[in-house]
Design a protein around this ligand. Structure first.
Ligand SMILES: Cc1ncc(COP(=O)(O)O)c(C=O)c1O
Length: 378
């Protein structure tokens, strides 16, 4: 973030200065322009700026009329907001397990639930998450949407601009297939604001209209409230900054992919793949590496993490506990998700940002090699 700011400082300060000079800090020209630019970039008709990705999800679920008595299928291997948007709308999540190779929700299991669940009629939607920037099979999502007549809400908080190559040669971006989709501009995201921000995406005029008024207290005309909405607006300063960064986004994605390729090559070269399972690169921008997450086998994850920390390498665990095991969701029907539980014990996110230097990547991998040499003596 700081390195990126260094290279964009002049452009960002100019953009912010022009907002301050205009005196229009809320719902001004930058939000409007940014909404148009992001809608064009992603191939959707409408983009509606909101205060953060969590609000975007909450409003997206509401826009589909999902409420008490309804069910929504999703993954438990995700950030809290993917699930709280369902429960905050008084509906019930149905968790299915993940695909072990991609960490994304297992689409076979989604279809199985849609075919066999006793309350099938009450399942109104599916929320897939393009986790760590890796697109869920959009062609299959379209098939599920049409075959089972369920709504799709794509959680693209980690995947802005990631693509999927369809069998007919078409390339679509994540967020363009769902009935309604969302983005997060949390500072660490691939397209990160200098504060909070989020976006709702849809090509449905009715959904767009609902979301536009819901974010401003449900009022189309000020002080006349059609629905009981909330205050959730993207502010002008963040929109101005995000417009600067959007222009560089594809370049950043390509750099992230280069970094991932280098990590993979080095883990292979140092013979570490018996301990470390690397993520696959996938086709072109099908994965934009919001995070570079490896699996650390045979119970070494936590010790390796401590070792790396002692060497000055910052890592993170996304996620240490599945949503099906969270205390706040303990009232939900219990479910066994073996692959999710295993991922929670094995995943480790290594440093990943476009400005990461080659020698820093080499250093991280050499520290992993030293751990397995010195600490394990194997
Ligand atoms: C998968 C996922 N969904 C939703 C969100 C919520 O976004 P925000 O932090 O902008 O509220 C995040 C953010 O971390 C996320 O990673």
């Amino acid at each position: 973030m700081t390195r990126q700011y260094g290279s964009l400082r002049d452009e960002i300060l100019t953009a912010v200065d022009s907002v301050f000079k205009s005196g229009r800090l809320i719902m001004g020209e930058n939000v409007e322009r940014f909404e148009e630019e992001i809608a064009n970039y992603l191939g959707v008709k409408h983009a509606i700026g909101v205060a953060n990705g969590s609000d975007a999800l909450y409003i997206a679920v509401k826009s589909l009329g999902i409420t008490h008595g309804d069910y929504v299928i999703t993954t438990a291997f995700t950030f809290f907001a993917t699930v709280s948007c369902i429960t905050r709308n008084n509906a019930t999540p149905i968790f299915v397990d993940i695909d072990e190779d991609t960490f994304n929700v297992d689409l076979d299991q989604i279809e199985h639930v849609l075919r066999t669940h006793p309350y099938r009629e009450k399942i109104k939607a599916v929320i897939p998450v393009h986790l760590f920037g890796r697109t869920v099979d959009l062609e299959r999502l379209e098939y599920i949407k049409h075959t089972y007549r369920v709504k799709i809400i794509e959680d693209c908080a980690q995947s802005v601009g990631s693509t999927w190559h369809f069998s007919n040669g078409e390339i679509k971006k994540s967020g363009s297939v769902g009935d309604v989709s969302i983005l997060s501009f949390f500072p660490t995201k691939n397209l990160g604001a200098h504060g909070d921000g989020g976006m709702i995406l849809t090509s449905d005029d009715r959904i767009a209209d609902f979301c536009r008024i819901f974010r401003v207290h449900g009022a189309r005309v000020k002080y006349f409230h059609e629905v009981e909405g909330i205050n959730s607006r993207l502010d002008e300063v963040q929109a101005a900054i995000l417009r600067v960064k959007l222009k560089k986004l594809d370049e950043y994605h390509r750099r992230r992919r280069e970094i991932a390729r280098l990590y993979n090559e080095l883990f292979e070269k140092f013979g570490l793949t018996q301990h470390i399972v690397c993520p696959s690169l996938g086709r072109d921008l099908d994965c934009i590496f919001h995070q570079y997450v490896v699996r650390v086998k045979k119970g070494h994850r936590d010790n390796l993490r401590l070792y790396l920390e002692s060497k000055g390498v910052e890592t993170a665990i996304y996620y240490p506990l599945g949503m099906h095991r969270q205390k706040c969701f303990s009232h939900l029907p219990s479910v066994e998700l073996e692959k999710t539980d295993r991922a929670c014990k094995e995943v480790l996110a290594l440093p990943m940002f476009p400005e990461l230097r080659e020698e820093e990547i080499e250093y991280v991998v050499s520290c992993v090699r030293d751990y397995f040499r010195e600490v394990c003596l194997c």
